[in-house]
Design a binder for this molecule. Structure first.
Ligand SMILES: Cc1cc2nc3c(=O)[nH]c(=O)nc-3n(C[C@H](O)[C@H](O)[C@H](O)COP(=O)(O)OP(=O)(O)OC[C@H]3O[C@@H](n4cnc5c(N)ncnc54)[C@H](O)[C@@H]3O)c2cc1C
Length: 480
């Protein structure tokens, strides 16, 4: 008996180790269908625009450039494979910017805030049109998303957004009570929430593959497994890779969490991983709970927890606030689990106890770049106006990267338009202290955020020390 028990425990550990991988479930599924990888760059090359980074930002930038200037010679280099960064690893919530409307309005005025929010909403149609034109299934489901509260302290976090939007006759949120959320999703965990009716979910890995196909069809030269190893801040700038160089009139840095490798930008972000887990397919159990075509959910913790279904009937759980990266150690941080599969499964149990019974099939951790304000940042590198940057989506990039691509394309083309003057175009501001202060301070702040989330759920007020460190948390777009 004892022997059997040990064997079962060992087997269980092995299965759980197999569940965790540094490659996301989405990326694996997408690459199983279309595993094409472009050849690395060999030799020296010239281009009009060189884009560094093959995630949503780099791919959308390439596509927008070719749509506006079909003859432009655009080359895109990616260190690994397209989608091996945040774009192939995220939770797939396609959320327009309305939750951030108050902060956007305060910083950029009502007209620009409304323009950005409406433009972000229109991206969902743009993605759907692109998928249709390439006959691609990207698992887009327009069933809305519930932004909710899992304890009394979180209730009403959406009120400010609703009040600001009311002043402009914008109705985006439908209030839901506990019973209604339970009816739509089967979850008892939410005390209240709002339905964001125009939000959707996508299969992020398949969206990356669609964009990759679209840029190739548009004539972009793509080189994967081609890391930029040096950036010459000359005129024109020169990008060095292991196999050769690219001299380009404009260089676009679309490197997300890896932006810390650029010395002018390294003080603009802290990099914190999020942990994600999906269960084995359990379509019948999901349907029995009444959630099959139901909306995705996320709560109002500062370290958000979200649950959604996948197109093949699994349940995905996503938890923010995992491992913190020291300096530029992004790859090191996401190469190990931030939280164990057991921990993630236990968290899922609090949201969906029945569905958490199914074994986990995949788990991964991936890096998120958080800016001080919680807003993304686009512009020209100080002292090197021909080098452009775009990063800092702070966990909300599935739709916003499309706007980022429009901004970067306009900047690269020296256009004088709404995108080159968008509110997100800002100079770097040396927002965080240098290492090791950033890392050590980050650990203290993360701990305070975790504690505050726990105290909120226990119905208790945070102690002064927790409140003090909590005050340093990077800004949330919705300013909670
Ligand atoms: C776990 C997780 C969950 C998330 N959930 C959501 C969500 O539900 N909804 C939402 O809106 N957003 C979400 N996000 C955020 C969203 O995924 C990102 O904002 C978005 O993918 C950023 O796209 P990107 O192209 O800027 O970055 P990336 O996709 O990371 O692309 C950057 C690329 O640059 C490459 N690169 C880096 N350095 C170099 C170099 N030196 N040379 C060449 N290439 C280089 C990297 O390999 C990488 O592929 C989540 C993020 C994570 C990590």
């Amino acid at each position: 008996m004892m022997h059997d028990a040990v064997d079962t425990a060992t087997e269980d550990r092995i299965v759980k180790q197999d569940v965790w991988s540094s490659t996301s479930f989405w990326q694996k599924q997408a690459l199983d269908e279309d595993g094409d990888v472009s050849a690395p760059l060999i030799g020296d090359s010239r281009a009009d625009v060189c884009i560094v980074g093959g995630g949503f930002t780099g791919l959308w930038t390439a596509l927008h450039l070719k749509q506006q200037a079909p003859d432009l010679d655009v080359v895109l280099i990616e260190a690994k494979r397209c989608g091996d960064g945040g774009s192939g690893a995220n939770a797939g919530y396609a959320l327009p910017l309305w939750a951030n409307f108050p902060a956007l309005e305060e910083q950029h005025g009502s007209d620009e805030a409304l323009r950005l929010c409406r433009a972000s909403e229109a991206v969902i149609d743009e993605i759907e049109d692109l998928a249709r034109s390439h006959a691609a299934d990207i698992g887009m489901r327009r069933h809305g998303v519930i932004w909710g509260a899992t304890c009394a302290a979180q209730t009403g976090h959406w009120e400010e957004a609703i009040a600001s939007m009311d002043r402009h006759q914008v109705k985006h949120y439908t209030p839901l009570d506990h019973e209604e959320i339970k009816r739509r999703t089967g979850s008892h965990a939410y005390v209240a929430g709002v339905l964001e009716g125009t939000s959707a979910t996508v299969h992020p890995g398949k969206l990356v593959r669609l964009l990759r196909r679209a840029v190739l069809a548009a004539g972009v030269r793509l080189h994967e497994t081609t890391p930029m190893t040096a950036l010459g801040r000359t005129t024109p700038p020169v990008v060095t890779t292991p196999g050769g160089t690219i001299t380009a009139d404009r260089v676009v840095l679309a490197m997300y969490a890896w932006t810390g490798a650029i010395r002018e930008l390294k003080r603009e972000i802290v990099v914190l991983c999020s942990d994600v887990m999906v269960t084995q397919p359990q379509e019948q159990a999901v349907a029995a709970q009444g959630w099959r075509d139901g909306p995705a959910l996320y709560d109002s913790r500062t370290l958000t927890e979200g649950t959604r279904t996948t197109p093949d009937g699994r349940v995905l759980f996503n938890k923010a606030g995992g491992r913190l990266a020291f300096c530029t150690g992004v790859d090191r941080s996401q190469s190990r689990p931030g939280r164990s599969v057991d921990e993630l499964q236990a968290m899922l149990t609090t949201h969906m106890p029945d569905l958490a019974q199914a074994p986990a099939s995949h788990a991964w951790s991936a890096a998120i770049d958080r800016t001080r304000s919680g807003m993304p940042l686009f512009g020209r590198l100080p002292g090197s106006p021909h080098i452009l940057y775009g990063f800092g989506y702070s966990g909300r990039g599935v739709l916003t990267t499309n706007l980022g691509g429009k901004i970067l394309a306009s900047l690269a083309l020296d256009a004088d338009d709404a995108w080159s003057h968008a509110g997100f175009v800002r100079k770097p501001a040396t927002s965080f202290p240098p290492e090791p202060i950033r890392f050590l301070g980050g650990l203290a702040v993360r701990q305070a955020i975790r504690r505050k989330d726990q105290l909120d759920h226990a119905g208790r007020k945070p102690d002064p020390l927790t409140s003090f460190f909590y005050g340093f948390k990077p800004g949330r777009w919705n300013r909670r």
